[in-house]
Design a protein around this ligand. Structure first.
Ligand SMILES: [Fe+2]
Ligand SMILES: [Fe+2]
Length: 274
C-alpha cells in the first residue's frame, strides 16, 4: 500500500502569488503532475492542511479543479490558512467529511487505516483539537486496536526548534492528544504539515513526521529568535509505503524532475566486488 502525502499548497486566487513571491498555484500544478508521474501510483493521497492561503471560495474552487485531475481518492484535513465551512462546502461531494462540526474523519482501508483530525482554531495560527475531536480520535482507535493506523493532523504536536513555528504548533488539546496516541500502539505514524519542512521525532510511542510543502519552505534556522520567513527550496512531498514485516516506510520525493536515472557503472578498482 502506497500513500502520498502532500501539504501546504497555499492556493491563491488565479494570478495572485502568495506573499507577493511564491507562485503557489503553479507549484500545486507541478505537484499534481509529479503525483501523476509516480509508478507505481499511490492508492490514495492525503493533504495535510493549508490547501488554501486564505480559505477563499475561489481558492477552494482551484483546489477541487486540481485534485479532480488525480485518479485516486484524496483526503484533506484543514489547516490554519483554510476556513472550515468553505472547505466543507468545497469537498462535500467527496463524501468523507461530516455535515457539521469539526472536519474529522476515518478512512476504513487495509492494511492501514487513516484518521483525519481538524486542528483549525478559528482566529489563531496555532492549532487546537477540541474535546469532541479528541473523543472522535479515541473512539476511532478503540474501534480497531489491531489495525495499523495513520493519524493526519495539520499542526505538529511537538517543539521542533524553529521558534516562530513552535509558537504556532498544536497547543490546545496537545497533552490529551499525546495521551490518546500513547495508549494506542497501533498508531504507526502521526503525519502533519504546517512547518513547511521535513522533520521527524519520536512522539507518544510512535513517529511523528512533518511533511515539507509542495510550495515554499520555512527557512531552516534553528537560532533562537530566528525570523519568520521562507525560502524557495525545492518543493517536496512524502510517500508512505506499508511493507509487511517492516511497517510504514517514509520516503521524501521531490516535485521537480531531475537528471537521470543513470546506471551504477563501477570502476575496476571498486573494492566491493561484483
Ligand atoms: Fe502552511
Ligand atoms: Fe499551517
Amino acid at each position: 500500500m502506497l500513500i502520498a502525502q502532500i501539504s501546504d499548497l497555499h492556493l491563491r486566487p488565479p494570478g495572485v502569488p502568495a506573499y507577493g513571491v511564491a507562485e503557489t498555484n503553479a507549484f500545486a500544478e507541478n505537484a499534481i503532475n509529479a503525483l501523476l508521474r509516480l509508478r507505481p501510483a499511490p492508492e490514495l493521497v492525503v493533504l495535510t492542511g493549508d490547501a488554501t492561503d486564505c480559505g477563499l471560495p475561489e481558492e477552494f474552487a482551484l483546489l477541487t479543479t486540481l485534485l479532480d485531475r488525480l485518479p485516486m481518492p484524496v483526503f484533506c484535513v484543514p489547516g490554519n490558512h483554510d476556513r472550515r465551512e468553505a472547505m466543507r462546502a468545497a469537498l462535500a461531494p467527496k463524501g468523507y467529511l461530516p455535515a457539521d462540526g469539526a472536519l474529522d474523519f476515518v478512512v476504513e482501508m487495509r492494511p492501514v487505516r487513516l484518521i483525519g483530525l481538524d486542528s483549525l482554531w478559528e482566529g489563531h495560527s496555532a492549532g487546537r483539537l477540541e474535546p469532541a475531536s479528541l473523543d472522535f480520535l479515541a473512539a476511532a482507535l478503540a474501534a480497531a486496536p489491531d489495525v495499523p493506523t495513520v493519524v493526519a493532523v495539520h499542526h505538529p504536536p511537538f517543539v521542533c526548534g524553529i521558534g516562530h513555528m513552535d509558537r504556532i504548533r498544536l497547543l490546545d488539546g496537545a497533552a490529551r492528544f499525546a495521551a490518546i496516541v500513547a495508549a494506542n500502539p497501533q498508531v504507526e505514524r502521526v503525519i502533519t504539515g504546517h512547518h513547511h519542512r521535513p522533520v521527524a521525532v519520536r512522539f507518544a510511542g510512535t513517529i511523528c513526521q512533518i511533511a515539507p510543502s509542495v510550495a515554499h519552505q520555512v527557512t531552516l534556522n534553528l537560532a533562537p529568535g530566528a525570523p519568520s520567513d521562507f525560502v524557495l527550496e525545492p518543493p517536496a512531498f512524502l510517500l508512505h509505503q506499508w511493507i509487511e514485516g517492516t511497517g510504514l516506510v517514509t520516503h521524501q520525493a521531490y516535485v521537480q524532475r531531475a537528471p537521470g536515472p543513470f546506471p551504477f557503472v563501477m570502476p575496476a578498482e571498486y573494492p566491493g566486488g561484483g
